[in-house]
Design a protein around this ligand. Structure first.
Ligand SMILES: C[S@@+](CC[C@H](N)C(=O)[O-])C[C@H]1O[C@@H](n2cnc3c(N)ncnc32)[C@H](O)[C@@H]1O
Length: 207
């Protein structure tokens, strides 16, 4: 693996898939200080908007990316806040115990990385936010989970422009066919359920 900023360019910036517009919207709409991003790979965009982000990934040598001088320099020269960027990276399986304490984070990000919302729920503060898409069914599991309440959905217009809506929330999570699959069925298949409405992603609050 090549360590360094070229990876962020390759997987995110060059594809215009940084989702910076989503993080800006989240920062505007909600009060967020500490962020946890399990299954982050090299997606360091949250550190441009939030000053305190903890990243976790088990993919080999990913820690080298987070240690690279050009990555640190990029964050420091592109961040949209005054404070120093505080960045922690844990090279590990997010299902295993994290060095971070429980109930510490205001936001957990779950993007294309499995059942993050379930595995790392204990690190989220009471009333903290889980922002997830449904690529592997993480949003479906949160929907079925009494510890989470759906509070909004988001949609992507462009990388810079995302919308957040809390309207008609009861019209989401309606399966296109049959009854809603059980937690066990979703966990086994690791596939997002086909719904009549499919927003870009969902915001849940831990209750
Ligand atoms: C498809 S990538 C998505 C990366 C990033 N979230 C994004 O949106 O660009 C999935 C990442 O999740 C990581 N991942 C999947 N399961 C994991 C686990 N149990 N513990 C730690 N990392 C995991 C993989 O190593 C990989 O880097």
């Amino acid at each position: 693996m090549i360590a360094g900023l070229s990876l962020y360019k390759k997987y995110h910036a060059d594809k215009e898939y940084t989702s910076i517009g989503l993080f800006r919207r989240l920062n505007k709409v909600y009060k967020i200080e500490r962020v946890l991003y399990p299954g982050c790979h090299v997606h360091i965009t949250p550190s441009l908007i939030f000053s305190d982000v903890t990243y976790v990934d088990s993919f080999r040598n990913t820690y080298r990316f987070y240690e690279a001088a050009d990555v640190k320099e990029f964050i420091s020269s592109h961040k949209e806040y005054e404070a120093e960027a505080s960045i922690h990276f844990y090279q590990q399986d997010y299902n295993k115990e994290l060095p971070a304490g429980e109930n510490q984070f205001d936001l957990i990000i779950s993007q294309y990385a499995g059942f993050v919302g379930q595995a790392t729920k204990k690190y989220l503060k009471h009333k903290g936010l889980l922002v997830c898409n449904n690529s592997h069914g993480d949003a479906s599991l949160a929907y079925l989970d009494n510890d989470y309440e759906l509070i909004a959905v988001y949609n992507r217009k462009s990388d810079e422009s995302f919308t957040i809506s809390d309207k008609n929330l009861d019209t989401y999570f309606i399966p296109m066919k049959g009854a809603h699959p059980t937690k066990e069925a979703i966990t086994q298949s690791m596939k997002g359920v086909g719904y009549t409405k499919s927003p870009g992603g969902y915001m849940f609050r831990k209750i």
